[in-house]
Ligand binder design. Sequence first.
Ligand SMILES: [Zn+2]
Length: 61
Amino acid sequence: MSNPEGETTLLPCPFCGSTHVRAIEIDIAMWAVVCNPCQTIGPAASEKADATALWNRRAPG
Ligand SMILES: [Zn+2]
């Protein structure tokens, strides 16, 4: 499923279970998914889609 912005749906945070997670550009050409409540930072990647995929792969379920 994709939203109007074409972003992949992110799985909930594996640590706190929050769905308040989002992919941000943490550095130049360096993306990672960050959880707002617990500040967990997911695996970084050079592309937003890759960072999203890595996050979803790590998240349980
Ligand atoms: Zn969290």
